[in-house]
Design a protein around this ligand. Structure first.
Ligand code: SF4
Length: 444
C-alpha cells in the first residue's frame, strides 16, 4: 500500500471533456458496418485493439481525437455521452427514447464513446442500445417492483457493505460506473456521484467496512462491486485490495465489473500489475449479448486471463435482448473462447421501471433446457432468481428428476427421453418426508 485514503479521494473524471473534444458529424454521415470486425493493424498501432467499426465512429464523431487518445480509458470515461442531445447527433432516436427526457430516471445516462460505437444508429431495438439508452418505459412503477428489491439495505451492517450470506460480503466500493445499464439492480444508489459530485463520499465508507470484515472471521470471501470498481484509479484499487488482503481470514477476493465490456481500454498493463499482486483474485464480468464481444473486449478479457485471473460471467436475462437460445449460446460460446466461464444467468430483478426488460421466470428455465446437453457443460451457467427481500440466489433447473418408481429414480434427459437409475438406498433418504417413496410414491 503506497497511498493514504485522503490521497485517493479524488472524484472520477467527469464530463465535460478534459481533452476539449466535441461530437461532430451527423447520423446521416455515418456508415458503420454491423458486426464484429477484426482489429486494424497500423504502422503507428495504438496501445489497444480498435475495430473497424469503432474506427469509423471515431473518425465521424471525434475527428479531433487521435487513436492513442481514443484508446485511453481516462478519455473514454471523461467523454462519456451523458445527454439525449449528444446521443441524438449519433443515433436516430425513437419517440420512446426521446420521451425519456432528462433527469427523470433514478439512473443517469452515461455511455462511453467506444460502447456507443457498437450501437446500430438506426434501430432502437438493437440489443446493446436497449441496455444503455433510456426510454419512457422507465417512468412506470410496475406491480412487484421496488427501489431495493433484494433488500440489500436491510442486510447492510455498515454503509457500503452487504452481509447476506454466512461466509462472504459484498463491498460496495464506489457508486460510479463507466456506463449505466437501464435494468441495474442498484439504480437506487449508483450514478449519484455523476450528478452530485460526491465520489469521494463512497471512499469515506471504506474504513468502517474494512473494520467490519476484520471483526468477522467467518468472512472468507469479499466481492468488490459497486458501481464498477474498475472506474477507480489503480492507486485506489491498490489501496483497497492491500487492506483486504492484509486480513488473514479473507481467502478470496472477487471483483465484479462491466468495464471490460463497456470500457475495455481500462484493462491496462498498469492495472494488471496491481491485480496480479492480490491473488487469489477472481473477476465476474457482466455481459449481456454476443455483440459485446468485440475485438476490444476480447483483448481486455485476454489480458485479464493472461494475468492469471479466473474469469466468470454474469448475465441478466433481458426480454428482446438475449431471451433466446441462439443468442445466449453465441454469447456463452464467445465467452468460453475468451476464457470466461459462464457463471450466473439472472432473472431480471424487479427494480422500479424495468418491467419492459423482464421475461417470465420460466423463460430462463427454457433457455437452460436449450443449452444443457446441447453444448458443453462449461458453457452452461446457473440460472438464478435473486429472492426478493434478501433471500439470496435460488437456482432454477428444468425438471430432469421425475421421481421414484419403486427403487428406480426416473430421470428425463436433454432430449426428453425417460431413463431409470436403480437407486435402492433412496427410500431411506426420503423417509422423513411425507409421501415417502415406499410403495413407489414419489418422495417430493
Ligand atoms: S455496471 Fe453494474 S452497477 Fe453499473 S449500472 Fe450496470 S448493472 Fe448497475
Amino acid at each position: 500500500m503506497t497511498s493514504s485514503l485522503a490521497e485517493l479521494e479524488q472524484p472520477p473524471l467527469e464530463p465535460p471533456s478534459l481533452f476539449g473534444n466535441t461530437v461532430s458529424g451527423t447520423l446521416h454521415d455515418l456508415s458503420i458496418p454491423i458486426g464484429v470486425m477484426p482489429p486494424l493493424v497500423r504502422e503507428s498501432a495504438p496501445a489497444f485493439a480498435v475495430s473497424e467499426r469503432s474506427e469509423a465512429f471515431r473518425r465521424r464523431f471525434y475527428p479531433d481525437t487521435n487513436l492513442k487518445t481514443w484508446c485511453d480509458w481516462h478519455w473514454q470515461y471523461a467523454n462519456r455521452i451523458t445527454s439525449l442531445d449528444q446521443l441524438g447527433r449519433m443515433l436516430r432516436l425513437s419517440p420512446e427514447e426521446l420521451a425519456a427526457g432528462t433527469g427523470l430516471a433514478a439512473l443517469p445516462l452515461a455511455i462511453t464513446p467506444y460502447f456507443a460505437a457498437q450501437f446500430n444508429p438506426d434501430d432502437p431495438a438493437d440489443p446493446l442500445r436497449r441496455t444503455m439508452v433510456p426510454t419512457v418505459a422507465e417512468r412506470t412503477l410496475n406491480p412487484g417492483e421496488s427501489a431495493d428489491p433484494l433488500g440489500e439495505d436491510g442486510h447492510s451492517p455498515v454503509p457500503g457493505l452487504v452481509h447476506r450470506y454466512p461466509d462472504r460480503v459484498l463491498f460496495l466500493a464506489t457508486d460510479t460506473c463507466a456506463a449505466y445499464c437501464r435494468y441495474c439492480t442498484r439504480s437506487r444508489c449508483v450514478g449519484k456521484p455523476h450528478t452530485a459530485g460526491t465520489a469521494g463520499a463512497t471512499r469515506k465508507r471504506w474504513p468502517a467496512a474494512i473494520e467490519y470484515i476484520k471483526n468477522h472471521p467467518e468472512v472468507r470471501d469479499v466481492l468488490i462491486s459497486g458501481g464498477d470498481p474498475l472506474t477507480m484509479s489503480d492507486a485506489a484499487l491498490d489501496h483497497l485490495l492491500s487492506r483486504l488482503r492484509s486480513i488473514p481470514h479473507v481467502e478470496i477476493i472477487r471483483i465484479g465489473s462491466k468495464a471490460p465490456i463497456v470500457m475495455p481500454q481500462r484493462v491496462t498493463p498498469s492495472l494488471l500489475r496491481v491485480l496480479r499482486r492480490y491473488h487469489p483474485l477472481l473477476m465476474s464480468i457482466h455481459c449481456t449479448h454476443p455483440d459485446e464481444l468485440t475485438p476490444e473486449s476480447t483483448e481486455a478479457l485476454r489480458r485479464l486471463a493472461d494475468a492469471g485471473i479466473p474469469l466468470g460471467s454474469q448475465t441478466v436475462l433481458l426480454k428482446g435482448i438475449n431471451d433466446n437460445v441462439a443468442d445466449m449460446k453465441s454469447l456463452l460460446h464467445g465467452l468460453l473462447k475468451s476464457r470466461v466461464r459462464p457463471y450466473y444467468l439472472y432473472h431480471c430483478d424487479p427494480v422500479q421501471g424495468t418491467a419492459h426488460f423482464r421475461t417470465p421466470i420460466f423463460k430462463g428455465v427454457d433457455i437452460i433446457r436449450g443449452l444443457r446437453g446441447h453444448t458443453s457443460g462449461y458453457a452452461v451457467p446457473t440460472y438464478v432468481v435473486d429472492a426478493p427481500g434478501g433471500g439470496g440466489k435460488i437456482p432454477l433447473m428444468p425438471d430432469y428428476v421425475q421421481g421414484y418408481d419403486g427403487e428406480d429414480l426416473v430421470l428425463r434427459n436433454y432430449e426428453g427421453g425417460l431413463y431409470r437409475s436403480y437407486d435402492p438406498a433412496a427410500p431411506a433418504v426420503c423417509e422423513p418426508h411425507a409421501g415417502t417413496a415406499q410403495g413407489g410414491e414419489p418422495c417430493w
